[in-house]
Design a protein around this ligand. Structure first.
Ligand SMILES: [Zn+2]
Length: 160
């Protein structure tokens, strides 16, 4: 017979979640995290489309860290970092009241992973751009992001 205990034992990931927070709490947190702009990646995609840039592709699942966008020719990888999930220092990220430790640990892990991915990609000759979720949401900041991307493309072209 399948029992919950057995299931918990074989699925460590679920185990961690289940031990720390109730499903309602988890659901509430996920909802709060999503906030106003549900898909920051989409904001990036439409921004790039608006810039009339070519030769980029979405969700490079075959690459280290799965960048949200890559310019294969220019060797530029772009990530959107969620302000909550990556512990944005500029945003007042509210951790759930309960299980703070769990969320802190999770966020810390995301930050460490991102650093690892950056290192690996750079080593393989990629330029990595990390954009905060709040930057892509805010029109004024988005302007700066556009500059940054154009600059990176220009540089890549000069180096080729
Ligand atoms: Zn932020």
């Amino acid at each position: 017979m399948f029992s919950i205990h057995w299931l918990k034992r074989i699925c460590s990931r679920w185990d961690v979640m289940a031990d720390n927070i109730s499903p309602e709490d988890r659901h509430k947190t996920m909802k709060a995290v999503k906030g106003r702009c549900t898909k920051p990646e989409r904001c990036l995609f439409s921004m790039l489309a608006g810039m009339r840039l070519k030769n980029w592709r979405k969700n490079a699942d075959d690459m280290v860290g799965k960048p949200d966008v890559v310019f294969s020719q220019e060797h530029i990888a772009i990530f959107i970092d969620g302000c909550f999930w990556h512990g944005c220092p500029h945003c007042d990220r509210k951790l759930p009241q309960t299980n703070r430790e769990y969320w802190e640990r999770k966020i810390h892990r995301n930050i460490e992973l991102a650093k690892q991915y950056n290192r690996k990609l750079k080593k393989a000759g990629w330029k990595v751009l990390r954009i905060w979720e709040h930057e892509i949401r805010n029109p004024a900041e988005r302007k700066r992001v556009r500059e940054k991307i154009r600059q990176a493309i220009k540089q890549a072209a000069e180096n080729q």
